[in-house]
Design a protein around this ligand. Sequence first.
Ligand code: HMG
Length: 391
Amino acid sequence: MTSIGIHDLEVATAHHVLDLGLLAESKGIDPAKYRVGLGQDEMSMPAPDEDIVTMGASAAWEILRRHGTDGIRTLLFATESGLDQSKAAGVWVHELLGLPSQVRVVEFKQACYSATAAIQAAMGIVSRFPEERVLIIASDVARYELDSPGEPTQGAGAVAMLIGADPAILEIEPPSGIHTADVDDFWRPNDSSTAVVDGAVSVRAYLDAMTGSWDDLAGRGGPAIGDIDRVVYHQPFTKMARKAQQRLDRHAGGSLGTLGLDSGSVYNRRLGNTYTASLYSSLASLLDHEEEDLTGKRLGLFSYGSGCVSELITGIVRPGYADADRSARVRAALDTRVPLDVPSYRSLHALEHSSMNDLETSHVTRAPFRFSGVRGRARQYERTDGAARLP
Ligand code: HMG
């Protein structure tokens, strides 16, 4: 059987950053609560001319620059920050990237889980047509109400992935463990740009879903816990991965301890929650920061989307997986974000998604693509000077 999996992945983020130390001070909270208690240092925040489309296009552009578009007939856009009730955000990306018209585009939604569903769909396509490759974009802006407990767990970012046969990074193994349950832990009603959340319920639901996924994986002939070398997790805040690994060890009788937790959360500590992109930015972080050579190692990837659906998949790291250029690019993207002070952050938060009337945005972003405004209630995007044509 052909091996299928992640051939390449790229992380992009937004123009602005808020230091969580500043946010804590503004509320009279000990900054250690955020830095240690939640394990978060910063959160990315989009400029008014950025959104899930521009971040997703930036991540995908880098992938296509390296691999071209040959064999790509499907673009799956995973998000829970959907911009339209009908149109898939990926259609705007398709235009911005100049993809051929023979590429189908669709949007996947189930909270932070949907990028993993997109991977499963992509694996099905590639097993039927091994010469095809599927472009997946996971892109989200995590928004909670100002002054709510969820506020320090906001963030913004995108991960683009190329799924194909004979993958260069991670061969995904066939069995996976699934867990679905109807839980009111976190959701975003149609008339709200911020999520409704019960934090304590959501943490419990996440951990229960993880053990449920493990049991399903074990029942379907998945690997023994001792045969899994590292696990990366959906990280609403990086401390959640610590809680999850502790629970996994206890539940499955493993001894992972803290293995992989620091290396798998370098990007996430600085991006904040990126919802659908979070698990895959953690994978990029692990691949880019783990000191031990991961070639041939088995990774577990735990995907959780509130509501809730979760899946635990495993994969084997391929020789030559390391990409020093990617880690330099992601570090540069994180280091060059423009810092916000708390009053500017609060006004930007209020501005976002405030209107769907016609508007023109001012040019702030340095990214290769921007949201230029709304005309006749339709969102408009453009390439900027930074966007060279794809080969
Ligand atoms: P909270 O009530 O502000 O925080 O909410 P807390 O009082 O529970 O404290 C958090 C931690 O900080 C605790 O550690 C404290 O002890 C510690 P823990 O007991 O958890 O190990 N702490 C300190 N540590 C050091 N120095 C100090 C200090 N003070 C306290 N001075 C909560 C926290 C996460 C609930 C809140 O931020 C929230 O509601 N976030 C949003 C929901 C969320 O992220 N849930 C996670 C699971 S659900 C999920 O992952 C899905 C999601 O991504 C969405 C999707 O799927 O689409 C959210």
